[in-house]
Design a protein around this ligand. Structure first.
Ligand code: AGP
Length: 600
């Protein structure tokens, strides 16, 4: 996803902007740029590639107290210097950066910009050329900016410079995330508090269709028709150490290792005064009022939702459907009479999920968001929020957020079950504590997983992760981890389904990673392993203590059978990490990917 930063104050802005963009690198990008403004006008420096490449072209001698910056993840127009942001109007007066997608940019181009020479293939450039056009028609810069915004359809987070007014940054937001940060002698703009934590931890959320006039003394928030809005700042929870790698070679490895700590933090955060697990009563009521629950999510969060379905159905006895956001949004099933929607999203900004939230809210239904980011769009726009308390997840490949989502879903199920007079048959606080200890054991077994990765995945072009029941869902997550960071074509598959066609892909040496943690299907999944081994496959069985046999490659510690996904995923995370390392892939910032996908 793209990232935006902006600074206006008493210091030179170049280094502040570049450091801010570096804090947003984890989101994934293919080009970057900054524009700085002083009495001599606006200077733009932009480059395809990394921030390090951008640094090489920035003129150190240019001093400017005002500036904006951008990391681009290409949507319209290939990754290139000319398509990189910032974009300038043909007059050179206006310079702008933008996150999001302008859906009607083609129409606007045809309607208003015939004969205007466009430099790039981006939707963004349309915005800055329209502002030029409206100023040429006699509007002031601010009026032209507003007028342009009223014509845009789609999502945008914008920061705009006017070369004739170097005391102001103009800002606007619709659907794409954007914040303004407050300082004593300066103010900042950022897609994410992390970017500008270096200078302030005081932030004001912006809502859709708002415009902001930012000077170094003041931040004026207005609606598009000029109505003033006042909104209190919040203190960004992150602390700088949270977003540093420390001694780790990669954020992904650090975040895998943080999982035991996150488990313990979740227990502590959700324990009430009497040590019982507790959640907001209104969420419990919403769960109990529902006749069916619809879990909506994408990617890893979708995989966590599949596990959450098991908890809510088996523990709280409420029927659950789990849907991929981008499918549900355009192919909505027949809904039950009293649905409750649960959105699972680490970032809280996934556009596919947010689009569904907007639709179901318009239909008058209630929604709960489970997210790692307080104040995120999906949190703000839902009726209820449950936080993951996992700390910032920087690596594109989601790990600690996945296990945190599963833990929070188990708590949601348990508290709801208790409110219905249902018994779990086990003490969830104790079991989650056992899980945290088991996680530690696995995080201390890295060498064994490095060996497994090198034995099974070092040269293969494909791999299968198979399991039955809840192990199948974890297999889907393992396959996603492997393919998104090592680029090995991997599939998660129901063990019993292989023989219905896919087994044709099994060749000599095809790695098959099989999970065997569920007693009820233990013999069946081992039968499936025999089927593929008989056809030349190279099986790697990961079983749970108590079910192990001497042919297994790794045995995970015993935990409550329903909670096994919390630990069986860790070997898959680590095996994928080492397979990617072995192939010298960019583990934290895999090609083509963004940490949070804020475009549909
Ligand atoms: C997971 O490793 C991926 N980075 C991706 O599938 C991610 O889970 C998905 O884009 C959903 O993101 P969200 O949880 O922030 O909504």
């Amino acid at each position: 996803m793209c990232g935006i930063v902006g600074y206006i104050g008493n210091q030179d802005s170049k280094e502040i902007l570049l450091k801010g963009l570096e804090k947003l690198e984890y989101r994934g990008y293919d080009s970057a740029g900054i524009a700085v403004m002083n009495d001599n006008g606006v200077q733009v420096f932009k480059e395809k590639g990394r921030i390090a490449d951008l640094r090489n072209i920035v003129d150190e001698d240019v001093m400017a107290n005002t500036g904006i910056g951008h990391t681009r993840w290409a949507t319209h127009g290939v990754p290139s210097t000319v398509n990189a942001h910032p974009h300038q109007s043909n007059s050179g007066r206006f310079t702008l950066v933008h996150n999001g997608v302008i859906e009607n940019y083609d129409i606007l181009k045809r309607e208003y910009l015939q004969g205007v020479a466009l430099k790039s293939d981006t939707d963004t450039e349309i915005i800055v050329q329209l502002i030029d056009l409206f100023v040429n028609e006699g509007f002031t810069a601010e009026e032209a900016f507003r007028k342009t915004l009223t014509h845009l359809k789609g999502s945008y987070a914008i920061a705009l410079l006017d070369a004739e007014n170097n005391e102001t940054i103009f800002v606007a937001k619709n659907k794409s995330p954007l914040l303004v940060g407050l300082g004593e002698t300066f103010n900042v703009v950022a897609s994410d508090a992390m970017a500008m934590l270096q200078v302030t931890d005081q932030y004001v959320e912006l809502m859709d269709k708002e415009i902001v006039i930012v000077t170094k003394e003041e931040v004026k928030i207005q609606t598009l028709n000029g109505e003033e809005i006042s909104r209190d700042p919040y203190t960004a929870e992150l602390d700088a150490s949270d977003i540093e790698k420390g001694t780790y070679p990669h954020y992904m490895l650090k975040e895998i290792d943080e999982q035991p700590l996150v488990m313990r933090k979740i227990i502590q955060k959700y324990q009430g005064d009497n040590e019982e697990l507790t959640i907001d009563q209104e969420i419990v009521e919403a769960m109990n009022n529902a006749d069916r629950i619809y879990i909506i999510a994408a990617g890893t969060s979708y995989h966590a939702g599949l596990v959450g379905k098991q908890f809510i159905e088996k523990i709280a006895e409420i029927p659950v459907e789990v849907h991929i956001s981008s499918e549900f949004g355009y192919n909505m099933p027949l809904l039950s009479k009293k649905p409750l929607f649960i959105f699972i999203s680490q970032s809280g900004e996934t556009a596919d999920s947010r689009a569904v939230l907007v639709s179901v809210k318009e239909m008058g239904h209630k929604a709960l968001t489970i997210t790692n980011v307080p104040g995120s769009t999906l949190s703000r726009e839902a009726d209820y929020t449950l936080l993951l308390h996992a700390g910032p997840e920087i690596a594109v490949a989601s790990t600690k957020a996945y296990t945190a989502q599963i833990a929070v879903l188990s708590i949601l199920a348990e508290v709801t079950a208790k409110s219905r007079g249902l018994e779990l048959g086990f003490n969830l606080v104790q079991e989650l504590g056992i899980v945290a200890n088991a996680m530690e054991v696995l995080c201390d077994s890295k060498e064994e997983f490095e060996d497994i990765a090198s034995k099974f995945l070092s040269t293969t072009r494909n791999a299968f992760f198979i399991g039955r029941g809840i192990d199948f869902y974890v297999g889907l997550e393992g396959a996603l981890k492997l393919k998104e960071i090592s680029y090995i074509q991997a599939e998660g598959f129901a063990g019993g389904e292989l023989k219905h066609g896919t087994i044709a892909l099994i060749e000599n040496g095809t790695p098959i990673i099989a999970l065997a943690t569920q007693e009820s299907v233990n013999l069946s999944i081992r039968g499936n392993v025999k089927e593929v081994a008989a056809r030349g496959a190279n099986p790697c069985i990961i079983s749970m203590k108590g079910l192990e046999t001497e042919e297994d490659s790794f045995i995970i510690p015993e935990v409550n059978e329903l909670l096994t996904p919390l630990i069986s995923v860790i070997p898959l995370q680590l095996i994928s990490y080492y397979a990617a390392l072995h192939r010298e892939c960019d583990v934290d910032k895999p090609r083509n990917l963004a940490k949070s996908v804020t475009v549909e």
